[in-house]
Design a protein around this ligand. Structure first.
Ligand code: ADP
Ligand code: MG
Length: 249
């Protein structure tokens, strides 16, 4: 527990710093990117191949900074979560095309196992999309070239009134001694990693009253996102299997 408090304090602090600076950084970044694109266009017209190459590098490095800043913003924004009743399957379906593209580029087969009999959850759609996208990207990155990514919806622990999504990969797995560090902000084993993905995921899911579990072996890793369904969180309107089914309207 102490460990968790420490972790959440750190996250809170990072979130505060992020909120203060990310916007200030993002605006000039957008301007720089715009002018770089103009420059690239004019270099192309003048057939200046070498200079064009420099600008291409600048643009791709800019994208990396942009991504980092966006992650910071997400970290700070998750405190103003908007709750609406949604079907997890819909969120997954909207997120899947992005992941499918990544998977194809890496010769990874992606299988989605939907369920249409699960209750709705109260969640911020865009933020949950980010969660599944982050987990999916991590899975793909863990596999490198080839492998199988399975995304499975299922009913979670009935006593907790949750629905769950498993994200399963056939990557190299996470060594046991690192397992409880992967959610730490800035923990990364990747050369180009920010180490923020999982801490953002965890923060978002915690804000929804849910949790993320991880199980890993040398055969692969499963991340499980569990979220309370509508009626369980706070309102006490439903219990057990008797959740509201607003999606049937
Ligand atoms: P990043 O992806 O930038 O490294 P994350 O917070 O998303 O940051 O992940 C932190 C670390 O957790 C990764 O660097 C990796 O070592 C480990 N990890 C996360 N997901 C997986 C996975 N599916 N398989 C193996 N290792 C993983
Ligand atoms: Mg990541």
């Amino acid at each position: 527990l102490e460990e968790q408090v420490r972790r959440s304090d750190r996250l809170k602090m990072i979130g505060q710093i992020a909120a203060g600076t990310a916007h200030e950084i993002r605006n000039p970044l957008t301007a720089i990117k715009g002018f770089m694109q103009l420059l690239q266009k004019s270099l192309t017209e003048q057939r200046m191949a070498r200079e064009q190459e420099f600008v291409t590098i600048v643009l791709s490095e800019l994208d990396r900074v942009h991504e980092l800043v966006n992650e910071f913003l997400l970290l700070s924004k998750s405190r103003e979560t908007k709750f609406e009743p949604v079907r997890l399957g819909r969120i997954l379906q909207e997120m899947l095309p992005m992941l499918r593209n990544e998977a194809m580029l890496h010769d990874i087969t992606l299988r989605y196992e939907p369920r249409n009999d699960l209750p709705l959850v109260l969640a911020d759609k865009e933020m949950l999309k980010q969660v599944f996208l982050n987990l999916g990207k991590n899975a793909i990155e863990a596999m490198g070239k080839g492998g199988s990514l399975v995304i499975r919806e299922r009913r979670g622990d009935p006593r907790l009134g949750q629905v769950s999504v498993d994200i399963c990969d056939t990557g190299g797995g996470i060594p046991a001694e690192l397992l409880d560090r992967v959610f730490d902000p800035f923990f990364t084993t990747k050369e180009q990693g920010t180490g923020l993905g999982l801490s953002i995921c965890q923060r978002i899911v915690h804000d929804l009253g849910g949790h993320i579990d991880v199980a890993s072996s040398s055969a692969g890793t499963v991340f499980t996102v569990s979220i309370p369904f509508v009626g369980v969180r706070g309102s006490g309107m439903a219990s057990g299997g008797g959740a509201l089914s607003l999606d049937d309207v």
